[in-house]
Design a protein around this ligand. Structure first.
Ligand SMILES: CSC[C@H](NC(=O)[C@H](Cc1ccccc1)OC(=O)N1CCC(N)CC1)C(=O)N[C@@H](CC1CCCCC1)[C@@H](O)COc1ccncc1
Length: 330
């Protein structure tokens, strides 16, 4: 089996990407954020209070002839940005890009935090982290990828996220038309459940490559790139007028400033993030101050290789034993 689906940016600064999925019989289509940084598949549903739903598509289990309540099971999740949700659990048929999983655990929201309510183009998440992170109790549930794996032609899924454009997620195969050169793989530590691996170093602009093992998680559900403070200060030292603003909670700079590129290493391979990806957004629509796509990870306790980095590469998440992650230029 295999599947392929679009990864569509939900706004003009690629804050997140959504993918059309279908749930149930007859199929109900929702737009979900495929997130390698978590392992719960949850959706806005007919059980979500209407005061918390603002334009999202919802999943109505009672309209599906193949839905089954997973009685006595609940879930509750809190994300790194403080957003969260909780609820009950059904199983139903679930499809992404033509790839179907029967009786996938679909977590129906009974409550969502305000930032989810405000994000009307996001109907929920598909966690693609390791199933050990799943929050369903009393028995944790498997991710879509873990359920699909036995039937996949190849035990992989790939992410081809794009800057200000629609990319794709593929399941069960590696599309050689989506990348150039070779795929460089590196080892993944799957504890505590993230796609955790190391960078082999970095360089700023045309500067020398600094070899150093930088451990972090490749996370499609995180917008920006979060690295150790020493690296981030070295980067913004090259940017006229840059400053680390308490007020804006990160590095900001004049939108007219020239930004250097940022290169990261995977083993012996090098991947360069264009300056445009790091000139992330104006702090307000009329402002001439811009917010950086590279920020310090010091407040997070973990380095996160988010979309700003991932969209500079074609990424292979390999569920082989042991798991590994691959990067190729595109
Ligand atoms: C540094 S983890 C912060 C990260 N959330 C972000 O990256 C959000 C994403 C977002 C925000 C608003 C609308 C749409 C998308 O975006 C921002 O936070 N920003 C972008 C805009 C920028 N101006 C400010 C910073 C995060 O929790 N991801 C989790 C998934 C995410 C949750 C929110 C909805 C979209 C999916 C997940 O993978 C990682 O979970 C954890 C990571 C570490 N320990 C615990 C949990």
């Amino acid at each position: 089996d295999k599947g392929s689906a679009a990864a569509i940016p939900i706004n003009e600064v690629d804050i997140a990407y959504v993918t059309p999925v279908t749930i149930g019989t007859p199929p109900q289509t929702l737009m979900l954020d495929l997130d390698t940084g978590s392992s719960d598949l949850w959706v806005f549903s007919s059980l979500t209070p209407s005061t918390q739903v603002r334009g999202q598509e919802i999943y109505t289990p009672t309209k599906s002839s193949t839905s089954k309540l997973l009685s006595g099971h609940t879930w509750s999740i809190r994300y790194g940005d403080g957003s969260g949700s909780r609820g009950s659990v059904y199983t139903d048929n679930f499809t992404i890009g033509g790839l179907e999983v029967r009786s996938q655990a679909v977590q129906t929201a009974l409550e969502v935090s305000s930032s989810f309510t405000q994000e009307q183009s996001l109907d929920g998440l598909v966690g693609l982290g390791f199933s050990t992170l799943n929050t369903v109790r009393p028995s944790s549930q498997l991710t879509f990828f873990d359920n699909a794996r036995p039937n996949l032609d190849e035990e992989v899924f790939t992410a081809d996220l794009k800057y200000h454009a629609t990319g794709s997620y593929d399941f069960g195969f590696i599309d050689s038309k989506k990348y150039t050169g070779n795929i460089t793989y590196t080892a993944v530590q799957q504890s505590p459940g993230y796609w955790t691996h190391s960078l082999s170093g970095y360089s700023v602009g045309s500067g020398a490559f600094q070899a150093s093992q930088i451990s972090g998680i490749s996370d499609t559900g995180t917008t920006l790139l979060y690295l150790p403070t020493a690296i981030v200060t070295a980067y913004y030292r090259q940017v006229q007028g840059a400053q680390n603003s308490q007020y804006y909670g990160g590095y900001v700079f004049p939108c007219s400033s020239t930004l250097p590129t940022f290169t990261f290493g995977i083993e012996g391979a090098r991947f360069t993030i264009p300056a445009s990806y790091i000139n992330y957004t104006r702090i307000s629509p009329t402002s001439t101050t811009c917010y950086g796509g590279l920020q310090s990870s010091s407040g997070l306790g973990i380095n996160i290789f988010g979309d700003v980095a991932l969209k500079a590469a074609f990424v292979v998440f390999s569920g082989t034993n042991p798991p590994r992650i691959g990067f190729a230029t595109k």
